[in-house]
Design a protein around this ligand. Structure first.
Ligand SMILES: CC(=O)N[C@H]1[C@@H](OP(=O)(O)OP(=O)(O)OC[C@H]2O[C@@H](n3ccc(=O)[nH]c3=O)[C@H](O)[C@@H]2O)O[C@H](CO)[C@@H](O)[C@@H]1O
Ligand SMILES: C=C(OP(=O)(O)O)C(=O)O
Length: 435
């Protein structure tokens, strides 16, 4: 288990460029399985989850060439479906969530898939009903084997259908969409998730020859085609990293410019940070965050305490709430952070309370933060990263704290943040990695 040792209290300054988006990369890398032609993807982040997915595809027989640090060409000519039943596949696929998105493409192209239950953050129940019920509507029979904790799905051929997803699941929509593009006939997906990475996946599929209408809306209409071709695709900047950097700058009183932030794809994210009182300016596609000695949380119009909560896009992504919570600890004012989607994502507040933050965990989904308005700095401590976003929230807390903190289990952070220690040290942070 590797750790970070963080000497807190240093202001940061300079420019930082966000990595390519983790959750887009996981979707579009799975989509290469839909064609036997080469697909080149650039701006792929060098993070653990993506490397694991690439290795899974390599094990399945996909030919993979790394062109530059962030560009890969994939060619899924012959696929070894038996590899899905190997111990190697089971072990690797169970450590990431993104691996589930090979199900739609493999069913569409080869008529079968065997899939051990995927992993990912342990942040609450993460069911897969939307995925398999949706693929079932396209004509796949599926079974869940509780002993093996694995799904099997089979079909003679997928057929278009009309469906209303029970919930706007991101990876569930991606799976059904990737099944539908090669199904016979028309599919309509109501209540589809439509966050920017699904929009990107849809655009990539269109470049490959898929017929999709309604991109960026929650009704996707797909006219199945017989085969898809190769294409070139570039991943967007990671919006969660952009949000993490906005919060980190405010919390550490630093002046930072986030370069090439993909501003037009950030939706409600900038406004959500503004509600915490954080100032910034868009300069073209860059975001300039000035040094801020204080920031004041907005109230609702009637004067009552602000709530920040998550919702499917265009609502606020749940992946930024841990970061917003930590930022709120040094704001002037109070805020309720309501994590609606996941029930185990707020328990890390115990660590912040140890550090001197004023937080009441009301229930597993809601925490009230009473901002310290920088009256007291957080105290350094030793902590363990429970999940990817809490890990970064704790890293931000440690960067702002007095003294030296340690964060264990930083493999969680490495799942989604590329060389975060080195990149922040370039801004003046003092983070040492202990292997
Ligand atoms: C690899 C990947 O892309 N992971 C992201 C993806 O996970 P993932 O696709 O696994 O998440 P889902 O969108 O399926 O659902 C996330 C959670 O929200 C709940 N839910 C979802 C939709 C809804 O309308 N109501 C509702 O309550 C689900 O029951 C589940 O507990 O989307 C999540 C939600 O943005 C993000 O946190 C993850 O980072
Ligand atoms: C929850 C996350 O990831 P995953 O779905 O891959 O576990 C995340 O990126 O915040």
């Amino acid at each position: 288990m590797a750790s970070f040792v963080i000497e807190g209290g240093h202001q940061l300054s300079g420019e930082i460029t966000p990595q390519g988006a983790k959750n887009e990369a996981l979707q579009v890398i799975c989509a290469v399985l839909l064609t036997e032609e080469p697909v080149t993807i650039t701006n792929i982040p060098a993070i653990r989850d993506v490397h694991k997915l690439i290795e899974l595809l390599r094990g399945m027989g996909v030919k993979i060439t790394q062109n530059t640090t962030d560009s890969y060409t994939f060619q899924a000519g012959n696929i070894d479906l038996d590899y899905l039943k190997s111990d190697a596949f089971r072990q690797q696929s169970q450590t990431i969530r993104g691996s589930i998105m090979i199900a739609g493409p493999l069913l569409a192209r080869f008529g079968e898939v065997y899939m051990p239950r995927p992993g990912g953050d342990k942040i609450g129940r993460r069911r897969l009903d939307t995925h398999f019920v949706g693929l079932n509507k396209l004509g796949a029979d599926f079974q869940f084997d509780p002993k093996e904790s694995a799904f099997t799905a089979k079909t003679k051929s997928l057929k278009g259908n009309t469906m209303l997803l029970e919930e706007a699941s991101v990876t569930g929509t991606a799976n059904v969409l990737m099944g539908a593009v090669l199904a016979k006939g028309t599919t309509k997906i109501y209540n589809a998730a439509c966050e920017p990475y699904l929009q990107q996946l849809s655009r990539m599929l269109v470049k490959m020859g898929a017929k999709i209408e309604g991109i960026a809306s929650n009704l996707l209409t797909i006219e199945g085609v017989d085969k898809l071709d190769g294409c070139d695709h570039r991943c967007l900047p990671d919006m969660i990293e952009v949000g993490s950097f906005i919060g980190m700058a405010a919390m550490t009183q630093s002046e930072i410019t986030i370069k090439n932030a993909g501003v037009e794809h950030l939706g409600i994210i900038p406004r959500s940070f503004e509600k915490l009182g954080i100032a910034f300016k868009f300069k073209g596609d860059d975001i300039y965050i000035p040094e801020q000695s204080r920031y004041e949380v907005e109230k609702f119009i009637d004067g009552s305490i602000l709530t920040i909560d998550d919702a499917p896009w265009p609502g606020l992504t749940p992946d930024l709430l841990s970061i917003m919570l930590v930022i709120a600890t040094q704001a002037n004012g109070s805020v309720v952070i309501h994590q609606k989607m996941f029930e185990s994502r707020l328990f890390f507040v115990d660590k912040l309370i140890d550090m001197g933050a004023q937080i009441i965990l009301c229930d597993p989904h809601r925490a009230t933060v009473i901002g310290l308005n920088r009256a007291n700095k957080l105290r350094s401590t030793v902590m363990t990263s429970p999940d990817i976003r809490a890990g970064v929230a704790l890293l931000i807390a440690a960067l702002s704290a007095d003294g030296v903190s340690q964060i264990h289990n930083i493999e969680q952070i490495d799942r989604g943040y590329q060389n975060i220690d080195l990149r922040l040290n370039n801004l003046g942070a003092k983070i040492t990695r202990m292997e």
